[in-house]
Design a protein around this ligand. Structure first.
Ligand SMILES: Cc1ncc(COP(=O)(O)O)c(C=O)c1O
Length: 388
């Protein structure tokens, strides 16, 4: 832990960073990779000169790294500014009037509104507001022969719920529908195998796993060949380039590759980068869940605290309110004690609506990532206890 934590310069400010679900800090190696790209000279891609070739190599390296992280194919990695922008683009390419789309109230709004605004008929999967689970059985009713897409999250960004995506995907595929999985919250918390999930599309954002502010959507290149997004007449028509608009943030893409390398090296071991990632991310999941058991038990035993959701499979993400204090007041109190947490709906618009707390300011979110330690958890619990 010491060597992992010391690789993150920002952690030296003494704060307990429990805001990772909204974006992680970056290790020195990522900053160095971004600087090195600029220092070496980079050009736009596809040119005849060395600086352009360096950008070509950065883009190819980034696609390979993201593919390794999620178990996809490098030629199916679409890169862009963030998950929301890419999802809007793909949604209007994939679905439209005459189609049906199935969305869930567990999802972050970035995997809801892009689909509901396509003009397709919308079917809603409901959440159990007490457990925070997304029951699979309802999907048999929701999916039909006109279903074009089932959009579902691999993990809720406020409750941490990990729904049974493979079972939902099986029902979708049986009906000939595509499955668009939001992996933005799930990716930093454990190993990812998009094929095992049954994801035709898997979306992720590097800034949630120690990288720069870059998003990616990964799909089978053969599937992407069948889709025709709006694009400039002059831009490449190849896959995956035809899904990418404008000039990429090349230096940041070098940082994304460095972030994947950083994750792959969290625990010692050999093998391919994909194998090292699976080993590292398995260790990350164990570390986070062991700490989370202390965090959630501590919160649940405080009479002045209400926690939301109790899903069977979850990430290390807690969502709670404190009697007599607004979520903002709790976050401000904790900030004063050197603890970073988020307050509000956190864009889980439908879910906070279903929980009945959206209009009253949502709740407080404290989430763990691999660089959090026991002292971070103890400082949170101590700070919340003081509000009794
Ligand atoms: C689960 C989930 N999905 C989607 C998003 C949106 O990602 P981006 O900021 O890359 O658009 C977020 C961001 O917080 C998220 O937590």
């Amino acid at each position: 832990m010491e060597s992992v934590r010391s690789s993150y310069p920002a952690l030296a400010d003494g704060f307990a960073y429990l805001d990772g679900a909204a974006g992680t800090q970056t290790p020195q190696s990522v900053m160095d990779a971004v600087c090195a790209a600029y220092r070496s000279g980079i050009g736009n891609v596809g040119g005849a000169f060395p600086a352009s070739r360096r950008s070509d190599a950065i883009v190819a390296g980034c696609r390979a790294a993201v593919a390794d992280l999620v178990g996809g194919h490098p030629d199916g990695v679409i890169l862009g500014p963030n998950m929301t922008t890419l999802t809007y683009r793909l949604a209007r390419t994939i679905a439209g009037p005459g189609d049906e789309v199935v969305v869930s109230r567990l999802d972050h709004d970035a995997n809801v509104r892009p689909w509901t605004q396509t003009g397709a008929t919308v079917r809603w999967a409901e959440v159990d507001p007490v457990t925070g689970e997304l029951p699979v059985e309802q999907y048999a009713e929701l999916i039909g022969e006109r279903t074009r897409v089932v959009a579902v999250t691999a993990a809720s960004n406020i409750l941490g719920t990990r729904p049974d995506v493979p079972a939902i995907a099986e029902l979708a595929h049986r009906a000939g529908a595509l499955v668009y999985v939001d992996g933005v919250h799930a990716t930093p918390h454990g190993p990812v195998d998009m094929r095992a999930l049954g994801a035709d599309f898997y979306a992720t954002s590097a800034y949630k796993w120690s990288g720069p502010h870059i998003g990616a959507v990964v799909a089978d290149p053969a599937l992407l060949e069948t889709l025709r997004p709006d694009k400039l007449a002059s831009s490449p028509d190849t896959v995956p380039e035809r899904f990418e608009t404008g000039t990429a943030a090349f230096a940041d893409l070098a940082g994304v590759t460095a972030a994947v390398e950083h994750l792959a090296a969290l625990v010692p071991g050999g093998g391919t980068r994909r194998e090292r990632l699976l080993a590292s991310m398995t260790a990350v999941e164990q570390h986070e869940l062991a700490l989370f058991a202390v965090l959630i038990e501590g919160l649940e035993t405080m009479p002045h605290v209400t926690t939301y959701g109790k899903p069977a499979r979850r990430t290390a993400t807690a969502y709670f309110n404190v009697a007599g204090h607004t979520p903002r007041q709790v976050a401000e109190h904790l900030a004063g004690l050197g603890v970073n947490v988020w307050n509000g709906h956190n864009y889980a618009w439908e879910l906070t609506g279903a929980l009945g707390i959206r209009d009253s300011g949502g709740a407080v979110r404290a989430g763990l990532v691999h660089y959090n330690d026991r002292s971070d958890v103890e400082r949170l619990l101590d700070g919340v206890a003081r509000l009794a």
